[in-house]
Design a protein. Sequence first.
Length: 216
Amino acid sequence: MTKRISLILFLMIFSSVALAQSYGSREGRGEGSFLLNYQLGQDEGFKGGSSLDIDDSLGWGFSFGWNWTSKVNLSYTFMVNKPDYSAVIVPDGDAPETIDHELSKYSHRFNGTYHFLDGDITPFVTGGIGWTKLDSNIADGLPDVGCWWDPWWGYICYEDWDTYSETEFTYNLGVGVRWDINSSMFSRAAYSREFISVKGGDLNFDMATLEIGWMF
């Protein structure tokens, strides 16, 4: 497996040198992109016997960045994933409780990226910091109810629930390949890991990302 990965990385770098055509420098140009994000699931145990099993999921997002040079890029990225999960909660002195639901995960990243080559096809490394909100979508207490009078529809009422959620500081590391398709359009493929510390343990998500974007 190690030899196979080394061969793939070698071919990626070799193809970057051999196939790249010049469409002009990235330096001093902004960019925006849309992305698909495939997040790998995980099965974690926590203190007291509780556990969390999160499924794989396909998410989406967008990114905005600035190329300070042809090799250095700074960016902001927002991503959403909504995987199914199964949680076993062990309250003090009570019987374990199992919950099957959908998790909402909202990630914000501020990243620095270094491209190894000046050409239009180049491998890169990336890393940064940010924050992630994890929402269990499980109601935390009774709903808030509000009503008002509408002259056309009469009384209109709504219900809103607070849910068990937390927002945590995160950092991420990744590698990938960038291809500047022409002078204004580019694509990126990357594999990264997002590190999150939560109460009772850690949740570290591996993910593969495919982007299509435009420079301006």
